[in-house]
Design a protein around this ligand. Structure first.
Ligand code: B1M
Length: 213
């Protein structure tokens, strides 16, 4: 990895908001393209943050700061990625399910999916089953991703899948679920197509779903 790319990774990990824009511009000025900066600088940094958070060595405010740092760089890179004609891998729609206001993990999943070339439609948090149904009809995603952080709201995932089934649209996309209390067994029980334990795994799964893995 070039020195500036590893500097970008470290800047994301440290959450150095004031430095990331200059570094991104320097990397572009030095001849690196947006895709390289994303894949070899930002994403490895954010992957590392995920590992450290799960190991209890980083905490929520730090994760948020890292995510914001990555976002600042992404704001510069996004138009360039479009110009570079990076092929859209597919469409991912995301939402935190009804009753649940936790969105930090979902936002990370969204950012990483965008980074991997997906068009991402983020519905936000506390999204009702009907909200998912309406949005699916409008956006026509390849993958619908649901996030839940509370044991009490995991059931909203099941209700959402039921509502998608009742609306007759369930077979038009794959359903991926995630969030700290969610397990693979639970995903199987409620009829989801897959479960991902973290943002990087969610990207891999979404890629598998669209045949881009
Ligand atoms: Co709340 N909260 N919270 N909280 N909160 C937890 C989740 C809790 C474990 C804390 C605890 O008691 N130890 C607990 C849940 C217990 C349970 O049910 N098992 C809890 C509780 C009880 C509550 C309230 C009920 C507290 C209260 O009011 N009495 C309340 C509920 C509000 C509601 O939702 N209706 C509440 C409120 C809040 C805040 C609003 C203050 C805030 C959320 C802010 C926000 O998100 N904008 C908050 C926070 C920050 C947390 C903790 C501290 C951190 C969650 C987080 O963001 N983690 C959390 C305790 C903890 O985890 N240490 C806690 C960082 C994030 C990167 O990880 O979200 O796990 P995570 O996402 C990961 C993976 O799970 C996965 O990838 C992500 C990145 O690798 N993933 C997916 C997530 N979604 C995915 C989707 C996918 C695939 C992977 O596919 C689509």
């Amino acid at each position: 990895m070039s020195e500036i790319l590893s500097e970008i990774s470290t800047t994301v990990i440290r959450g150095n908001l004031d430095e990331i824009e200059d570094l991104t511009e320097d990397a572009l000025g030095g001849g690196l393209d947006a895709q390289q900066i994303l894949n070899e600088g930002l994403m490895p940094g954010m992957d590392h943050v995920g590992v450290e958070f799960r190991a209890g060595r980083m905490f929520v405010p730090e994760v948020l700061r890292s995510a914001r740092t990555m976002q600042r760089s992404m704001d510069i890179l996004k138009p360039l990625l479009a110009e570079e004609g990076v092929a859209m891998v597919g469409k991912v729609m995301l939402g935190t399910v009804e009753g649940d206001l936790h969105d930090i993990g979902k936002n990370l999943v969204g950012m990483m999916c965008e980074g991997a070339g997906f068009e991402v439609q983020d519905l936000g948090k506390n999204i009702s089953p009907e909200g998912f149904v309406v949005a699916v009809k409008e956006f026509n995603p390849d993958v619908v991703g649901m996030s839940a952080l509370l044991t009490t709201t995991m059931r909203s995932m099941e209700h959402t899948i039921d509502a998608l089934q009742e609306a007759g649209v369930r077979d038009q996309f794959k359903v991926m679920v995630g969030g700290a209390p969610v397990t693979k067994d639970f995903a199987d029980q409620i009829g989801a197509d897959g479960y991902a334990s973290n943002a990087a795994a969610a990207v891999d799964l979404a890629k598998q779903f669209v045949g881009a893995a």
